[in-house]
Design a protein around this ligand. Structure first.
Ligand code: ADP
Ligand code: ZN
Ligand code: ZN
Length: 731
């Protein structure tokens, strides 16, 4: 029977396309198909079957192929993606194809699941026959002996030289290689027995108890717990419960860098449970493989970054979002979704619990907790008894004269720490040598010609770089305006601080960790290893260092250049600064020795620092919420931003003015502001402008956006690229 299929395609059009096919039934909804679209062949997805089409039969083209080698997307994932498309007013086809692994977006599927694995032959030697120093070979044999076949990738993960030894073992006839055309059960790479569980402290026990006693079904909880209070232990316990119930668990983390660490912790707690990770440093085949293992239910725990929220998990029982306040959960281009918010939506759709964890929750989440929409769970003490909270103090920079950025107080503390053989961290959120290059004669500042920003001096490489568009040039010999050869780097970045520290402490081992020094693959991992092995005395770094890492010997943290956020035009700047400083402070004194945090500031009496000194997130958050309420900012209103960019600013503004006019008739509950240039008006050669829309109720805003978006689609806007950003985070 010929059926009409509603097909979603990866095109920026908010519509589904009608095609026909013979042998297709309801089971095929969620499958990928190949169709001709215009002059191209494209992969699409069957979203629904229909009885008839509004188009004449002759115009409806047949589907060229239905991909039955891939399992169909389940109805619940389609529902989630549909919700996402509706909420962000983004074409469903683009949403679907954003969510799929790269391999499933292309029609090159013949070798899709081709996976190499190995079987151990009887001719292979016994483990004990190998010399002890043949470490890698022993590891490989041990792993191979654990299953009938072992995936190549599992083996490669054991050692950087695993590939070389596999080749040798293959040549020696110890193992046989085979190609599998279906993804299959992982043998967990780490073997061993389940570890002994720590006894929960009373606070942890109370959290678990409240979770356990809650009625089944959807619930959202916010776990507010200071760094080191044992939040991860809570995640592990709740995961264990789900695994016993035969459920899968999805854990979202903000950064790829944090996944290996967390993965190791989960894997060692559950040695025989298949755990997979999903993040952008996996290659396409690994990503697909992990995704399919999740979809088939073989992987029981999935750890991943933002995009993994869309992973099909047939037996999903719990979603955990760690560091839920982190802005990397929000995608900043294309489909501008918030993985945290989609996680909440997914939990609701699936009728399962969600747990959001943080030491400094987003004010939106905390507000939800105060208003009773979320359950508030607190961990107020560090889990390891000896581990004390660090002492946080401000260094008053009005009275201190810094020596190349460093106050006498901080220098003194660093010297003392060095004497005692303890580690220190100097935190500055700016990489490079100096943020500006200035001519002392005429005041010229090296600009990025493609952006409204300055070029950052990178003295090591003798270059200047734009941190916004990536533009690079050499440091000029003289001022291009007046010819003065005396050009001076102004302000401080990590490189300059590293130099300055080296001058003050010539004997200290100093390590700089920022995006530049960790660009090489594995660089960060190796550097962290150095820190753990105590081959480093002073760490200099950006926020890369603030997150998650547990340095046992680190007892002093200095924070520089934090004042900008106190007078920023961005109403979220203070919230971000507080979170960042709490996080950096959390690095100090994770173990037995007490830690000290010194913050250099011109505003030591600022309430933000007052709350920080007491590490009192709730006092700070309540304060902020009061301010937000008075000012009418989120979470007390809901926002959307219409962004437009064009070659000329006027074109972008003109488009936004037209857009505003289109909205005029039904704006009783909606506030539309005037179109303005974006704070960063020029980026990579494009001029940008924006229009802010605001409403007290989310529903009003959504209703309005739905109509408005449809009207905008009809606007002729050839010269303009525009997009809607719902719940925008950066302006
Ligand atoms: P968080 O995730 O809140 O930063 P973690 O779960 O990493 O905290 O816990 C911090 C440290 O305390 C870890 O080394 C962890 O093993 C340990 N820990 C957590 N809970 C307990 C407990 N109940 N008893 C002993 N040690 C614990
Ligand atoms: Zn000059
Ligand atoms: Zn630039």
């Amino acid at each position: 029977m010929t059926r009409i299929l509603k097909i979603a395609l990866d095109v920026p059009l908010d519509t589904l396309f009608d095609y026909r096919a013979e042998d297709v039934d309801a089971e095929d909804v969620g499958r990928r198909v190949l169709v001709s679209f215009g002059r191209r062949k494209m992969v699409g997805m069957i979203v629904a079957l229909a009885g008839h089409s509004d188009y004449p039969a002759a115009q409806i083209k047949p589907v060229l192929k239905v991909f039955r080698d891939t399992p169909a997307l389940s109805p619940d994932i389609l529902r989630l993606l549909k919700f996402c498309a509706d909420y962000y007013h983004h074409p469903l086809g683009e949403v679907i194809f954003t969510a799929l692994p790269q391999r499933l977006r292309s029609d090159q599927t013949s070798s899709l699941f081709c996976q190499t694995s190995y079987v151990l032959n009887e001719t292979a030697p016994q483990l004990d026959d190998l010399p002890a120093r043949a470490l890698v070979k022993r590891k490989l044999l041990h792993q191979l002996a654990r299953g009938t076949t072992t995936a190549r990738e599992t083996l490669l993960a054991l050692s950087p030289s695993a590939g070389k030894y596999l080749k040798e073992m293959l040549a020696a006839g110890w193992i046989t290689e085979q190609q599998d055309s279906h993804p299959k059960i992982l043998v967990p790479a780490i073997s061993g027995t389940a570890p002994e569980l720590p006894t929960l402290n009373p606070e942890q026990a109370a959290v678990i108890e409240r979770f356990a006693s809650a009625p089944a079904g959807f619930s959202a909880s916010l776990l507010l717990g200071i760094t080191g209070s044992g939040k991860t232990e809570i995640y592990l316990r709740l995961t264990a419960t789900q695994l016993e119930l035969g459920r899968q668990v999805l854990v979202l983390v903000p950064e790829i860098n944090l996944t290996p660490q967390l993965e190791a912790r989960f894997q060692s707690r559950f040695p025989d449970v298949p755990v997979v990770s999903l993040h952008s440093s996996l290659n396409n085949s690994e990503r697909l493989h992990h995704w399919l293992l999740a979809q088939s239910g073989q992987a029981r725990i999935v750890l991943g970054t933002r995009l993994s929220i869309f992973t099909p998990l047939p037996e999903l029982g719990l979603i955990i979002v760690d560091e839920e306040h982190d802005s990397s959960f929000k995608q900043q281009d294309g489909l501008r979704y918030s993985a945290r918010d989609m996680a909440a939506a997914r939990a609701k759709q699936r009728n399962i619990p969600i747990l959001l964890g943080s030491a400094t929750p987003a004010l939106e989440s905390y507000h939800n907790a105060l208003s009773g929409r979320y359950r508030l769970l607190r961990l107020t003490k560090r889990a390891v008894e000896e581990a004390q909270l660090p002492t946080i103090r401000c260094v008053d920079m009005r009275s201190e004269k810094p020596d190349d950025g460093l106050s006498a107080t901080l220098l003194h503390a660093l010297a003392e720490n060095l004497e005692h053989g303890r580690q220190s961290l100097v935190f500055i959120n700016r990489r490079g040598y100096a943020p500006v290059l200035m001519c002392n004669q005429c005041g010229w500042l090296a600009p990025c010609l493609r952006c409204s920003s300055r070029l950052v001096v990178h003295l090591r490489e003798r270059r200047m770089r734009c941190h916004h568009c990536g533009h690079e040039e050499r440091i000029p010999r003289a001022c291009p305006d007046c010819g003065n050869p005396d050009l001076a780097p102004l302000g401080h970045g990590t490189q300059r601080l590293e130099d300055s520290l080296a001058q003050h402490f010539p004997a200290a081992r100093i390590l700089r960790i920022d995006r530049d020094s960790t660009r090489r693959k594995h660089a960060l991992k190796e550097m962290l290893q150095e820190v753990h092995e105590e081959r480093v005395d002073i760490l200099v770094g950006t926020q890369i260092l603030a997150k998650g890492h547990d340095f046992k010997r680190l007892t002093l943290v200095g924070a520089l250049n934090v004042d900008g956020a106190l007078y920023s035009a961005d109403f979220r700047a203070a919230e971000r600064l507080f979170a960042q400083l709490m996080q950096v402070a959390g690095r100090a004194g994770r173990a037995a020795e007490p830690g000290t945090v010194l913050i250099q500031t011109q505003f030591p009496d600022h309430p933000l620092f007052e709350a920080l000194r007491h590490q009192d997130y709730e006092a700070f958050a309540k304060d902020q919420l009061t301010e937000r309420k008075q000012a009418g900012f989120p979470p007390f209103c809901h926002q959307a931003l219409l962004r437009a960019e064009a070659t000329h600013l006027e074109t972008a503004l003109l488009f936004l003015r037209q857009a505003k006019k289109l909205a005029a008739p039904n704006t009783a509950e909606i506030t539309l502001y005037d179109p303005v240039p974006a704070p960063m008006a020029r980026l990579a050669g494009r001029e940008r402008a924006q229009l802010l829309v605001q409403a007290d109720s989310r529903r009003d805003l959504q209703n309005f956006l739905q109509h408005w978006n449809a009207a905008l689609m009809g606007l002729k806007a050839r010269q303009v690229r525009w997009s809607l950003d719902v719940d925008p985070l950066d302006f």
